[in-house]
Design a binder for this molecule. Structure first.
Ligand code: KIV
Ligand code: ZN
Length: 524
């Protein structure tokens, strides 16, 4: 059944966390992480997963192929520029999917035509015809995007959309590539295309918004009201610059305000919080506290008036229930006497279903945390699980760390035993404070040019025995990598976060080597 033959109010959710989201500087994910996120997206009911940009690197190709071969329900889509090489490579990667899609694009605005692809209007029109025809001869499901559509002249946009439909495109996606559009215009473009382009009603119209002016969600919703039936989005709004439309925002807006926006999606909203946490953990991009739907404070009520209202009736200050997005309000607090079964149950409530081996590993870490903290709260367990996933990248790992600091000596001292590819080396280093000393020790043992761009500490829960979550961002020759870790000892958390970022930087270096091997693949 073609994807466009469905109930009129049904909106398809096209998730591009693994492609546009992964393009955020520093948000690189490993192959295993991409496979895990794809499985979660499929489970939550995403209709189309854009799994990557196969020509960009061998790593991207492998990720898209594996996701294509392993996904049960969703359409698996790969991205390709408007040339036969890209499109063939994309087809190779997605063809094993039960429902494959090729997504090909070209920048159609005057500035893109002139500076990026150097084609005049007629040359570009011909290129679109030829490449969409080529893609359609390979695959039944072809999506075409006029990149920077919202800054493309209306007449030309209509002309190229008509050509793409004539050449066999089954979805036309309208990207607001630079996040420039306002909601009224977003609706206007969709309405205009539906009115002027022959054949538009026989295909699916999609909206793809960037959030540079903070209007991505509003723009996507207004596009839907005007007739778009596919929203392109990412979990947590991850993406280049200010990111893309956030999946959780559009899905919950359509659900909560169904009275004024009578549209439905196929998303199981109870899976939202879990996938948000996993994406934050694997991308290294923490979710801001006051982020709509998935921020730590999205359901917290601090002021007296709000708390009073909540106690009387939750509807006084809540427009959706925490459980609707998968936030469980369990009263089971864990501690050092809790056993394996209780831990398994609690983690399942939090959205983590673990196999026996993984549970054993987490249980050891949980016991060590419970020895340090009297009560282990849900947020502690989430931090622990995020740390567990970070520990998969273990080229560099702490074997032992002892730090001395305080008012007595002028400098803090760190004694570090560091495992580098399983070879343990030791050093003593000094610094201005304990974190500086520990980072100097890492630098003494593992020589690198990475520059520390961000160092951020936050407490996971209240109390002086709270765990600290530390985020670190590093930059090395234009490559960016982030790392995160949590521990009741802030210096240990900081050092682990630093090593996590260095491990990711190493992966990024290899990925870049792959990109260079197959030519530059720049896009927005
Ligand atoms: O923002 C954009 O234009 C894109 C295209 C590749 C669809 O991401
Ligand atoms: Zn984009």
């Amino acid at each position: 059944m073609p994807v466009h033959s469905r109930a009129p109010g049904r909106v398809l959710i096209f998730d591009t966390t693994l492609r546009d989201g992964e393009q955020s500087p520093g948000a690189t994910m490993t192959l295993e992480e991409k496979i895990e996120i794809a499985a979660l997206l499929d489970e939550m009911g995403v209709d189309i997963i854009e799994a990557g940009f196969p020509i960009a690197s061998d790593g991207d190709f492998e990720a898209v192929s594996l996701i294509a071969g392993n996904t049960r329900n969703a359409i698996i889509c790969g991205l390709a520029r408007a040339n036969e090489n890209d499109i063939s490579r994309c087809w190779e990667a997605v063809r094993s999917a039960a429902r494959p899609r090729i997504h090909t694009f070209i920048g159609t605005s005057p500035i893109h035509r002139r500076y990026q692809v150097q084609l005049d209007r007629d040359q570009m029109a011909e290129r679109i015809h030829d490449t969409v025809t080529f893609a359609r001869n390979l695959c039944e499901d072809v999506q075409w995007s006029p990149m920077d559509a919202t800054r493309t002249e209306e007449d030309y946009l209509c002309r190229v959309c008509e050509i793409a439909i004539g050449a066999g495109a089954t979805t036309i996606n309208i990207p607001d590539t630079v996040g420039y559009t306002v909601p009224r215009e977003s609706a206007g473009i969709i309405a205009m295309l539906r009115e002027r382009v022959p054949g538009m009603d026989a295909i699916t119209l999609a909206t793809h918004c960037h959030n540079d002016l903070g209007m991505a969600t509003a723009n996507a919703l207004l596009a839907v009201e005007a007739g778009a039936r596919q929203i392109e989005c990412t979990v947590n709004g991850l993406g280049e610059r200010a990111g893309n439309t956030a999946l959780e925002e559009v899905v919950m807006a359509l659900r909560v305000r169904n009275d004024v926006m009578p549209f439905t999606t196929g998303i199981d909203t109870r899976k939202i919080v879990n996938i948000s946490r996993r994406v934050a953990a694997v991308s290294g991009f923490p979710v801001q506290y006051n982020k709509a739907i998935v921020g730590k404070n999205a359901f917290a009520h601090e002021s007296g008036i709000h708390q009073d209202g909540m106690l009387k009736h939750s509807g006084t200050f809540e427009i959706m229930r925490p459980a609707d997005v998968g936030l469980c309000e369990s009263h089971l607090v864990m501690g050092k006497h809790s056993g394996r079964a209780a831990l398994r149950n609690k983690l399942a409530e939090l959205g983590y279903d673990l196999g026996d081996n993984q549970l054993n590993d987490v249980f050891v870490r949980f016991k060590s945390l419970a020895d340090k903290k009297k009560e282990v709260f849900d947020d502690d367990l989430v931090a622990l699980m995020q740390d567990t996933s970070a520990s998969g990248l273990e080229y560099l790992r702490i074997e032992a760390l002892q730090v001395t600091c305080g008012t007595v000596s002028p400098q803090a001292k760190a004694e570090l035993a560091l495992s580098i590819d399983r070879d343990v080396r030791t050093v003593t280093a000094h610094g201005d404070g304990p974190v500086d000393a520990a980072f100097n020790a890492v630098r003494a043992l593992y020589d690198h040019d990475a520059r520390l761009e961000l160092y951020q500490v936050s407490a996971v829960t209240a109390g002086t025995d709270a765990q600290a979550t530390v985020s670190v961002r590093l930059e090395e020759n234009g490559l960016i990598a982030t790392g995160q870790s949590s521990d009741t000892d802030t210096v240990v958390a900081s050092t682990k976060a630093y090593l996590h970022a260095l491990n990711r930087l190493r992966v990024r270096r290899y990925q870049q080597a792959g990109i260079q091997a197959s030519g530059p693949a720049e896009l927005s």
